[in-house]
Design a protein around this ligand. Structure first.
Ligand SMILES: Cc1cc2nc3c(=O)[nH]c(=O)nc-3n(C[C@H](O)[C@H](O)[C@H](O)COP(=O)(O)OP(=O)(O)OC[C@H]3O[C@@H](n4cnc5c(N)ncnc54)[C@H](O)[C@@H]3O)c2cc1C
Length: 449
């Protein structure tokens, strides 16, 4: 422990240099505060992480802005000059962009059959809206799905296709099994405008936000002690004192015994902490010598039992200049493959691709499987609402504690949780609460106005 750090007193300590922490720190520092950011990793960005090890920018964490209209992340990306590519498929849309669908028999669906299936999904979704609104607090997303299917006069096969689509959607959107998700769990999963991804990497955003900050990497925080007159934070690299603290560690770290807050958090934060959960969600990248799959499609989808784990592949070829497919191990599949090596995962995925494309399927030249579940500083990918949770639980988790302690991060933003946008907005809210006045979110990346 360095004596100068023990003696130093800051205006605000920010724990975590992900997008939430960096947004808060940037806004507070630009407002004239003395701010220090404590980050456990040896890099900034947290769950925004671009891997360039194989020569391409591969986003192993977040990739998408899920709707660029009125979105501060999109505004920041434009202001910073981050190149983007339209890829409006990141929210498990049934249609809207070309998708190659394969039926349960692994035969390619005709355009008519594809349109008819997408129409069924929209019909069930329309029925869902009222059913979700009127559902009891303990209802699961699976129960409202069944109720919505019951409103349609479909034969079993037709209902099965939509049922499995809804199940896969909860897995891909939230990394959760449909029976574990609250009926309201997808309420705020709305997309305004196109979705985009970043050919040069998402990490340009946190790197820009971090510029000029007093940033301490490799500082693993274990204790946060708060009182009416301020906060003391204990990290591997020293003890820091400040008038305020913004804690942005992921939900799962906040829930763990490795991160102690004293006195313990009061209500409504504790209830929210109990009802929100970190998911299981991994990315699987497969690169090939040549492209063997359907051309001019955003995604490939397989219906039926064969698609229980591997049902959707996203074509990243145009993004990375190499024939590359991205699929997700999400929810139960992510839990099941935990501990598998990359080649085992690839073989499991290839069995399904061979059902669709037969002998044309090649051995991948590169495979990469993420391991966010085993990442000590993430312990999962993003949060979801367990059965019994309410959408307010997100915002409630950010209720200021004792006027000095502020929790931020994707799990604390009701409007669009589990996203980079949520992280950024939550960091802005923490800064506003600390300063006690409105500030523009744009000041985090631009010249304060
Ligand atoms: C595989 C994957 C895919 C995703 N896809 C998308 C997507 O396409 N679009 C989208 O919008 N969102 C996506 N997300 C979610 C998005 O990445 C997160 O919502 C967002 O980045 C969270 O930001 P944050 O600042 O809240 O948390 P984090 O980025 O996790 O930042 C918290 C920081 O706290 C640090 N920390 C943890 N413990 C400690 C400790 N004890 N002491 C000090 N520091 C600590 C962490 O290292 C981290 O840097 C994805 C996430 C993953 C993992």
């Amino acid at each position: 422990m360095r004596l100068d750090e023990v003696m130093d007193r800051y205006d605000t300590i920010v724990v975590g240099a992900g997008v939430a922490g960096l947004t808060a720190a940037s806004l507070l520092a630009r407002s004239g505060q003395r701010v220090v950011v404590l980050e456990a990793r040896d890099r900034v960005g947290g769950r925004v992480w671009t891997d360039r090890a194989d020569g391409h920018a591969m986003d192993r964490g977040a990739s998408w802005i899920h709707g660029i209209d009125d979105n501060p992340v999109a505004a920041a990306a434009t202001a910073i000059g981050m190149p983007t590519q339209e890829f409006t498929i990141g929210s498990f849309q049934p249609d809207g962009r070309p998708i190659a669908y394969f039926g349960p028999d692994a035969e390619r669906l005709s355009d008519v059959a594809t349109r008819s299936f997408a129409h069924d999904v929209h019909a069930a979704d329309a029925a869902m809206q009222e059913l979700v609104e009127t559902s009891p607090p303990a209802a699961t997303y699976a129960e409202v799905t069944e109720a919505a299917l019951a409103t349609q006069r479909w034969d079993d096969d037709r209902a099965d296709r939509v049922r499995e689509f809804f199940s896969h959607r909860t897995e891909e959107q939230l990394g959760a099994w449909i029976e574990d998700l609250a009926a309201h769990g997808l309420d705020n999963d709305l997309i305004d405008g196109d979705e985009v991804v970043f050919p040069d990497g998402y990490d340009r955003l946190p790197e820009h936000l971090a510029k000029g900050l007093d940033l301490r990497l490799g500082h693993i925080v274990s204790h946060v002690q708060w009182a009416a007159d301020g906060v003391t934070v204990t990290a591997d690299g020293g003890t820091f004192a400040a008038e305020y603290a913004v804690v942005t560690v992921p939900l799962s770290v906040l829930q763990s015994d490795d991160f102690i807050i004293e006195p313990p958090l009061p209500e409504p934060l504790t209830g929210a902490l109990d009802r929100l959960e970190m998911n299981a969600f991994e990315k699987v990248f497969l690169s090939f010598e040549t492209k063997f799959w359907d051309d001019r499609v955003y995604a490939i989808r397989q219906q039926g039992q064969g698609g229980e784990w591997w049902h959707s592949w996203y074509d990243l070829s145009a993004l990375h200049g190499t024939p590359t497919l991205l699929t997700f191990a999400a929810g139960p599949a992510a839990k099941a493959i935990r501990g598998w090596d990359d080649s085992e995962v690839a073989e499991s995925v290839l069995i399904q691709l061979r059902r669709l494309y037969g002998h044309r399927v090649q051995q991948p030249t590169e495979v990469h499987v993420t391991a966010w579940q085993d990442d000590r500083f993430a312990r999962g990918s993003f949060s979801y609402m367990k059965v019994g949770a309410t959408t307010d639980d997100h915002d409630n988790l950010a209720t200021p504690v004792g006027g000095v302690l502020h929790i931020a991060g994707e799990a604390t933003w009701t409007d669009d949780p589990a996203t980079v946008t949520a992280a950024m907005c939550s960091g802005h809210r923490a800064a506003v609460n600390i300063l006690g006045r409105d500030i523009r979110i744009e000041d985090a990346w631009g010249v304060p106005g």
